[in-house]
Structures are given as structure tokens and as C-alpha cells.
Design a protein around this ligand. Structure first.
Ligand SMILES: Nc1ncnc2c1ncn2[C@@H]1O[C@H](COP(=O)(O)OP(=O)(O)OP(=O)(O)O)[C@@H](O)[C@H]1O
Length: 259
């Protein structure tokens, strides 16, 4: 469903080019949940923005169902990818219901009016994310965690084959982090949608994701959690003085210092 070919991502201005990741060759199938994992500043958001057409890559290609995303106009792209980015501008004056309704924009007429079937999809998304009690509240009255769930419901209402989220569990407590990732997994399994998200929740990603894209020093390696554990990729992620990867429990633990 999504492929990248020799993708190089980064930042370019008139004076210099800063390469963040190079030789990124990803191959992502339908119905899979994929986490992008890497230390702060490693390039997770840059990669997410580049594979969704928000940021122009330095070189290489991003293909969605064999079509280069450059060739898709905004409306077509919005029917293929729903995107929840950090620092995305949203109008917090809208009610929860209104904000989630915006997910239907690729399918509505020029007046943006939702028909009965759109309303059904919006209400289902509200129910799936467990937001019934908040649907009439204004978004500026929500906690950060509640707003995070509203943005997830908007992405679900957009009903695209690919859902891409940047750190979807940032403001959530431990229980709600697991709840959101479980929900995303259910969306993949039940509807064959693909979910790609950047996250620092390594332990949850190892338990729930089909694949992980591990970013380490300008390289992005894709594999199943078990394959990445087996080939030792997680051992290289952080300096070993404070935490270390324990392959038995498949999680990071505080390093066992001997002195
Ligand atoms: N607009 C920009 N212009 C130039 N450099 C940028 C820009 N945005 C990010 N960078 C740089 O690109 C690198 C990767 O940043 P990015 O935000 O993609 O990392 P990240 O893995 O998502 O980080 P975090 O986990 O802290 O959110 C960093 O060195 C950052 O300073």
C-alpha cells in the first residue's frame, strides 16, 4: 500500500541541505500497524511528514498503491491518508462533534454539508473512541488527552486506507495509552486499514505492532518486533549506561549497574 524508494528526507534552504535520513526503503502492507521509533530528534516527524506529502523529500519517491504522491491532488490525498500531526492548527472553538465532522471533508460537497451517511460515520467514530459524553463540549474545554482522542476520532471518521499519527499517546496516562493503541490495532484488524504512528512507547509498540521502523543515526530499518529483537537492533538505540534492552521480557529496563 505504501512504498518508499531511496528516500532522502531533511531540510533544505538556499545555503545548505541537512539530511536527516537517507536510503529509506520502506514497504508497508494493508491492514498492518507500524510504529516509528527513535530517540528525540532522530527524524520520526520528518519521516512522517515526508511520506504523507506534507514535506517535500530531498530525493527519492513515496508511492501509494504504486502512484507517486506528487501526482495526487489534495482532495485525493485526503481520501487516502488521514493525518494527526503534533502542533497541527485546529480551531478549538468548534465542538467535539464539529471537529470530528471535519474528517468527512474529502467526501462532502463544496458547502461541506454532511449527509445522513456521513453523520452515521461520525457518530460511530465518536463511539469507537469513547467520546459520547464529550461530543457537545467545545474543544477549548478539553484536556490535552481528551483532545488527542478527538483528533483520533476525526482520523477514523475520515475513513482512509492509511491513518498516520505523530505521537498519538503523548498526553495520555498509561491506561489510555494502551486503550488508544489497542483501538488503532482493532481498526487495522477489523477494517484492513494501515496505521503508521511515531511514538516513544517502545514497550507497547513491541507488544502491539506488526512492524517497527527503527530510526538510528540517519538510517531507518523496518522489521517485525521479533526480528528486530533477534538481530539486536534495539540494543543500539540508547547509550547503555542507564537503560538496556532485555530480550526476554521484550522491554527496556533500568541498567543493572554492578558498582
Ligand atoms: N523545520 C525544520 N528545519 C530544520 N531542521 C529541522 C526542522 N524540524 C526539525 N528539524 C531537525 O530535524 C531533526 C529531526 O527532527 P524531528 O522532529 O523529525 O525528530 P523526532 O524524532 O520527531 O523528535 P522528537 O522525538 O523529539 O519529537 C532534528 O535535528 C531537528 O532539529
Amino acid at each position: 500500500m505504501l512504498k518508499t524508494s531511496n528516500l532522502v528526507v531533511g531540510y533544505k534552504n538556499t545555503k545548505a541541505t541537512q539530511i536527516i535520513l537517507s536510503d529509506v526503503n520502506l514497504s508497508i502492507e494493508s491492514g498492518k500497524m507500524i510504529a516509528i521509533i527513535g530517540v528525540n530528534g532522530s527524524g520520526k516527524s520528518t519521516l512522517l511528514r515526508s511520506i504523507t506529502g506534507v514535506q517535500t523529500p530531498i530525493s527519492g519517491e513515496v508511492l501509494i498503491n504504486e502512484t507517486n504522491i506528487n501526482q495526487l491532488n489534495d482532495k485525493v490525498l485526503a481520501s487516502k491518508i488521514s493525518l494527526v500531526l503534533t502542533n497541527q492548527h485546529i480551531s478549538k472553538n468548534l465542538s467535539v462533534f464539529e471537529l470530528i465532522s471535519l474528517g468527512r471533508h474529502p467526501y462532502t460537497n463544496w458547502l461541506g454539508i454532511n449527509n445522513a451517511s456521513d453523520k452515521k460515520i461520525i457518530l460511530k467514530a465518536i463511539e469507537e473512541v469513547d467520546l459520547q459524553s464529550l461530543k457537545h463540549k467545545k474543544c477549548n474545554e478539553l484536556s490535552d488527552g481528551q483532545l488527542q482522542k478527538v483528533l483520533l476520532a476525526r482520523a477514523i471518521a475520515q475513513n482512509t486506507p492509511l491513518i498516520v499519527l505523530d505521537e498519538p499517546t503523548t498526553h495520555l496516562d498509561m491506561y489510555h495509552k494502551a486503550q488508544v493503541l489497542h483501538l488503532l490495532k482493532e481498526v487495522c484488524v477489523k477494517t484492513n486499514k494501515t496505521v503508521i504512528f511515531a511514538s516513544h512507547e517502545i514497550n507497547l509498540a513491541i507488544q502491539l505492532c506488526d512492524q517497527i521502523i527503527l530510526i538510528n543515526q540517519t538510517k531507518a530499518v523496518q522489521g517485525s518486533p521479533s526480528a528486530l529483537i533477534k538481530n539486536g537492533s534495539f540494543n543500539e538505540l540508547f547509550p547503555k549506561d542507564l537503560i538496556e534492552f532485555d530480550p526476554l521480557s521484550k522491554s527496556f529496563r533500568v541498567a543493572n549497574k554492578r558498582n
